[in-house]
Design a protein around this ligand. Structure first.
Ligand SMILES: Nc1nc2c(ncn2[C@@H]2O[C@H](COP(=O)(O)OP(=O)(O)OP(=O)(O)O)[C@@H](O)[C@H]2O)c(=O)[nH]1
Ligand SMILES: [K+]
Ligand SMILES: [Mg+2]
Length: 402
């Protein structure tokens, strides 16, 4: 029997089993069995040489966003509108057969947007190009799940399930469970929060299923069986997702209203003839979700270049003064005496900061090197870019001197 058939069989058994205190342990064990099989499914087949048939698209820019959705929901139309890169759009399904990259220029940053073939139910098990598409989603910083506002609302759940089946976790944070395998000593189980979904015995059973007999387990929150399995598997990818309901030009106002109230959702229309709506709001939302931090470098005695931010991200490398230094030059950390920081991350401006200072979007940083004196009070920044205008509000509250 193949892996997929075995998963199906266990899923059927779970569906047949009534949920109650008596079956809880058995159900937990079945969940672990499925998780193990799904992981097996992700492993390349024995003897295969490095896959080769995935979409090879080089990462570019400060972040990567993937367009995931059923066929013909308007992914390619959206890519063309947001990036100017043409991606064939048509009224028939599976128009797009490969991964088409485009670039969004927003807030002086570059964001790679990827158009992808449509996926369908069963994608995680290899239907269509599902596995390749999902692999691209996993490599992204943000997923835009594009949905057709005029189609079944169940599509959202179906796609979410497909992505979850391969270890993606949308809009979730990693469970607060400490887990470490040991060589000896048995299982030490501790908890700092009351547990209502799982108990020690169930944990042991799940670990037993994984043939783990020595480990340290500490629950720091009221986690579920699924959370615990995620931590044991260890290969989960936590990604933000915005649900984008497209084609709102063809549905009634009540539907638009209802869809826009769904969690993590935005409603848009890409229809040039009817109207295109909310694309600016979509971009703003995308930008917020990516959590990019623009930092302007102020060389000593000079104005910062407000057109050329250094772009940091807590997901990619971090946002501290140290991370900033490493972006500028690899020897800078070693040469730094302290940093002068202006912006929302400081209590007063400028503030003398060390390497561990967390920077926020649009902070200005001057690195004062050892054997160098900072220049003392100077006028405000002069620049022709609009970045100073963006921080003008802040200046009103805390003057940006030096
Ligand atoms: N009414 C309306 N039609 C739209 C909208 N956006 C896209 N379309 C149409 O929907 C059809 C499918 O658009 P595509 O961009 O090819 O969709 P896709 O998701 O890339 O499709 P596949 O590549 O086949 O998966 C085309 O006929 C588009 O013109 C919209 O906002 N409103
Ligand atoms: K299409
Ligand atoms: Mg397409």
């Amino acid at each position: 029997m193949g892996i997929i058939e075995r998963i199906k069989e266990i899923e059927a058994e779970m569906a047949r089993t009534q949920k109650n205190k008596a079956t809880e342990y058995h159900l937990g064990q079945l969940k672990a069995k499925i998780a193990k099989l799904r992981t097996q499914l992700l492993e390349p087949p024995k003897g295969a040489s490095g896959g080769g048939e995935g979409f090879e698209v080089t990462k570019y820019g400060h972040g990567r966003v993937a367009l995931i959705g059923f066929p013909s929901v308007g992914k390619s139309t959206l890519l063309t509108m947001l990036t100017g890169t043409h991606s064939e759009a048509a009224s028939y399904e599976f128009t797009t057969l490969t991964c088409i990259p485009g670039v969004i220029h927003y807030n002086d940053t570059k964001i790679q947007l990827l158009d992808l073939p449509g996926i369908i139910e069963g994608a995680s098990e290899g239907k269509g190009r599902g596995r390749q598409v999902i692999a691209v989603a996993k490599s992204s910083d943000l997923v835009l799940m594009v949905l057709d506002a005029s189609k079944s609302e169940g599509h959202r759940q179906i796609l979410t399930k497909e992505l979850e089946a391969v270890g993606l976790r949308l809009n979730k944070t990693p469970p607060q469970i400490y887990f470490k395998k040991k060589k000896t000593g048995g299982i030490s189980f501790n908890t700092t929060a009351p547990l209502t979904h799982i108990d020690e015995k169930l944990c042991y059973q799940i670990l037993h299923e994984y043939k783990i007999h020595n480990a340290e387990v500490l629950f720091r929150e009221n986690a579920t069986v699924d959370d615990f399995i995620d931590v044991i598997e260890g290969n989960r990818k936590y990604i933000k997702c915005v649900y984008v309901y497209n084609k709102i030009d063809v549905v009634g106002i009540d539907d638009v209203d209802r869809l826009s109230r769904q969690p993590n959702s935005i409603v848009i229309s890409c229809n040039l003839k009817a109207s295109f709506l909310n694309l600016d709001r979509l971009l703003a939302r995308m930008w917020d979700e990516m959590g990019l931090v623009r930092v302007y470098s102020k060389p000593q005695g000079q104005q910062p270049d407000f057109d050329e931010p250094f772009v940091l991200s807590s997901d990619r490398g971090g946002c501290t003064v140290e991370d900033f230094c490493n972006h500028v030059h690899r020897t800078l950390v070693k040469d730094m005496k302290y940093a002068l920081v202006w912006g929302t991350s400081t209590r007063h401006n400028p503030q003398n900061c060390g390497l561990s200072q967390h920077l926020e979007d649009e902070d200005v940083v001057q690195i004062v090197k050892k054997k160098e004196r900072d220049e003392g009070g100077r006028g405000r920044f002069k620049s022709h870019s609009n970045a100073p205008a963006r921080i003008a509000d802040r200046e009103k509250k805390a003057p940006l001197k030096q």
